[in-house]
Design a protein around this ligand. Structure first.
Ligand SMILES: CC(C)(COP(=O)(O)OP(=O)(O)OC[C@H]1O[C@@H](n2cnc3c(N)ncnc32)[C@H](O)[C@@H]1OP(=O)(O)O)[C@@H](O)C(=O)NCCC(=O)NCCS
Length: 333
């Protein structure tokens, strides 16, 4: 063989150019959910920091939410939708397993024939997507990528399950990434531990449901075990991501952890020794836990409420069913 395969031109760095967000249309207060789980507004506020969560109308899908979030991100970025050549949608709640959400979204936003695929890394899905888009743009496999975290978790909630039902919300957050002259996404700390797959995930398979052996499959978790894993193991991952990026806590403008539980967020902040100058995302109070959508939604809100954060460094960390996790430092658009 005397042919050398031609390679795409590489690019040294990428950055997030813009973000977009779409939440479920309805704010659902704790009082609407406490009946079937024998709980109270006070218990949920104290144990989770959630006051209301956003849930979508019956006819609204994760695809609709993704399109709205992506359209906003692209419009803000200033690129033309036809320049997008990669669309990654992180989701665990698409009720139709094929075709993918991403191919439909790519077409709806005017990005056909962009490469498009869905990725399942639960609450770490958005950070997995950022890691992938960054790597693919740098190697020349893509130039402009849209990374979306999108969930309609209300479709896979059992209102009588007190382990998780009251935590979950619906929404989609999107980021446009492209080439950059300076580093805008640090190396990712990402990984998995499938030996603990039983801690959080769906309680039944579709086959069990088909065969009449189970109810409609829904999410469940061993809350306290997931809580301990998040607080102890994930704080270490977040610290490692900072070290890998060469960033000290005081260099950060923002900290955007997965919006799983307000107490986990508080514990992270303590263990990382974040100074008061670092803005901490607390979108969970009114959006709830939206799995793959939670980090881009929370980042979008922080930027809306504090536009001065633009250009600053944000540490983001996602973790959840798998178990899987991913963390990186990004320059805020
Ligand atoms: C689910 C979660 C909020 C439960 O909070 P917790 O403080 O761990 O609560 P526990 O399960 O230890 O239960 C404490 C008490 O509250 C009660 N309780 C549990 N769930 C309750 C609910 N939904 N409403 C009211 N009381 C509840 C328990 O019965 C227990 O009562 P007892 O002390 O009389 O025995 C918490 O474990 C959590 O957020 N876990 C991690 C979630 C997460 O990060 N998920 C990531 C993947 S999405």
């Amino acid at each position: 063989m005397n042919v050398t395969l031609k390679q795409a031109p590489t690019t040294p760095y990428t950055r997030i150019l813009a973000m977009g967000a779409a939440r479920g249309e309805n704010a659902v207060p704790n009082d609407d959910l406490v009946g079937p789980i024998d709980s109270s507004d006070e218990w949920i506020r104290q144990r989770t920091g959630i006051a209301t969560r956003t849930r979508a109308n019956k006819e609204t899908t994760a695809i609709d939410l993704s399109i709205a979030a992506a359209n906003e991100a692209i419009a803000t970025s200033g690129i033309d939708p036809s320049e997008v050549d990669l669309v990654i949608v992180a989701t665990i709640s698409n009720p139709r397993q094929s075709p993918s959400v991403s191919a439909i979204v790519a077409d709806a936003i005017g990005a056909t024939p962009a490469a498009a695929y869905d990725s399942n890394a639960a609450c770490a899905g958005y950070c997995y997507g950022i890691a992938q888009a960054d790597a693919l743009i740098r190697t020349g496999a893509a130039r402009y990528a849209v990374v979306i975290g999108a969930e309609k978790l209300s479709d896979i909630v059992d209102p009588t399950d007190r382990s998780i039902s009251f935590l979950l919300g619906d929404g989609a957050g999107a980021a446009v990434l492209g080439p950059s002259d300076t580093p805008g996404v640090s190396v990712s700390q990402w990984g998995s531990d499938g030996s603990r797959a039983d801690l959080v995930g769906m309680n039944h398979t579709l086959v069990e449901f088909r065969d009449g052996e189970s109810e409609w499959p829904t999410l469940r978790q061993e809350g306290p075990s997931v809580f301990r894993w998040a607080v102890w193991e994930m704080a270490k991952v977040a610290k490692q991501a900072l070290d890998d990026a060469g960033v000290a806590p005081e260099d950060l403008a923002a900290f955007v952890p997965h919006q799983a539980n307000g107490r986990i967020i508080d514990e992270f902040a303590k263990q990382l020794g974040l100074p008061d100058s670092v803005k901490i995302a607390r979108d969970i109070e009114t959006t709830g836990n939206t799995s793959a959508a939670s980090i881009p939604l929370a980042t979008h809100r922080l930027l809306q409420e504090h536009p001065e954060l633009s250009g600053g460094l944000s540490l983001q960390i996602g973790f959840g069913a798998g178990l899987v996790y991913a963390a990186q430092v990004v320059v805020l658009p």
